[in-house]
Design a protein around this ligand. Structure first.
Ligand code: NAG
Ligand code: NAG
Ligand code: NAG
Length: 304
């Protein structure tokens, strides 16, 4: 009885006085596997989970093929959502469908003053551009395995994402190839600038080029806590299979500071699960990542 009372008192104090939620839970979208097997129809590369955990968040997998009601309930239970990279179809797939539902719920919630951040990495950023513009506007670029420095468009102080990065790290990011690019599709700068929906919605923070085509590499939405990177913050510290992935001290810091930024955004959300039991059942800790065979792309994968 006393324990229960203390627990509820703690919760009450926490939820009534806190201006910040220091126990953020972030949803990470699962996506279809290329060749499904029994009990392996969807996956999350474990590096996304580790990166978020290392920055002080817990993770809940967002399963594909749930009902809109189930997604809405989950939306009201978590503090942000991350759309990972991968190979899912961004105009028609379970990944796309979940991304669209969460995007629309996030826009609506943020309009009401219910803060809810969204982050898209690589395919996730490409997915965001489809959701914002209503079209697939991607172009082929030669960027399927290369580390690049960022060509910053604004001073860090004029961006939400980079203003908390140490000045030295920003110098390194601008001059050293610290960001892993693993995509063949990109939003060209020309496409971005000439598409009203994209141009009015997202501020371009950095660009890159494959030698021929200049493409957008980092964005933040002007009026919403919605962020996209064409590069992979999660690979630097946790993926070792591709020679182009940078692991230098500044590369690891880049990964951390980008994720730290997003997790701090999630700390502005006060959504929570209806009960501790529901929270326990949803957390990624209920699943174990699998160490992938040598020819795989990732070190470890969660299968669902
Ligand atoms: C699939 O998962 C279910 C439930 O966890 C289990 O009972 C079943 O044995 C699994 N099947 C395979 C082929 O692993
Ligand atoms: C995605 O799905 C749509 C609709 O089924 C299809 O037309 C398109 O070719 C697919 N895209 C890719 C890259 O497979
Ligand atoms: C693509 O880029 C790589 C370097 O990242 C370069 O070696 C290769 O020649 C390029 N291919 C084409 C077709 O431009």
């Amino acid at each position: 009885m006393i324990l229960l009372f203390e627990l509820s008192l703690t919760c009450l104090l926490f939820y009534s006085s806190a201006k910040r939620n220091d126990r953020p839970i972030i949803g990470v979208l699962t996506q279809e596997v290329w060749a499904p097997k029994p009990n392996q129809s969807a996956y999350i590369a474990a590096s996304y989970v580790k990166t978020l955990e290392a920055a002080g968040a817990r993770v809940v997998p967002v399963m594909i093929d749930q009902t809109p009601e189930e997604y809405k309930k989950l939306f009201n239970s978590i503090n942000g959502v991350l759309y990972p990279g991968g190979g899912a179809n961004i105009t028609s797939s379970g990944y796309q469908r979940a991304a669209k539902i969460f995007y629309e719920l996030a826009i609506e919630a943020n309009k009401r003053g219910d803060y809810f951040p969204v982050w898209g990495t690589c395919l996730g950023y490409e997915q965001l551009t489809v959701l914002t513009s209503g079209m697939n506007l991607l172009s082929l670029t030669n960027t399927s395995g290369v580390a690049l420095p960022l060509n910053f468009i604004h001073e860090a102080k004029d961006t939400r994402m980079f203003k908390g990065f140490p000045a030295e790290l920003l110098d390194d990011l601008a001059s050293e190839p610290l960001t892993a690019n693993s995509h063949k599709w990109s939003i060209t700068v020309l496409t971005h600038n000439t598409n009203k929906d994209l141009n009015n919605f997202y501020k371009v923070l950095s660009t890159n080029t494959d030698g021929k085509t200049e493409f957008v590499s980092t964005v933040e939405a002007y009026d919403y806590p919605i962020y996209g990177t064409q590069w992979h913050p999660e690979k630097n510290a946790f993926e070792w299979r591709k020679a182009f992935i940078p692991h230098s001290p500044s590369a690891i810091k880049t990964s951390f500071y980008a994720t730290d930024f997003f997790v701090n955004e999630a700390k502005k959300s006060f959504h929570r699960f209806e009960s501790e039991e529901e929270e326990r059942k949803a957390l990624i800790y209920n699943y174990s990542p699998v160490y992938v065979e040598p020819n795989g792309y990732f070190e470890q994968i969660y299968y669902f």
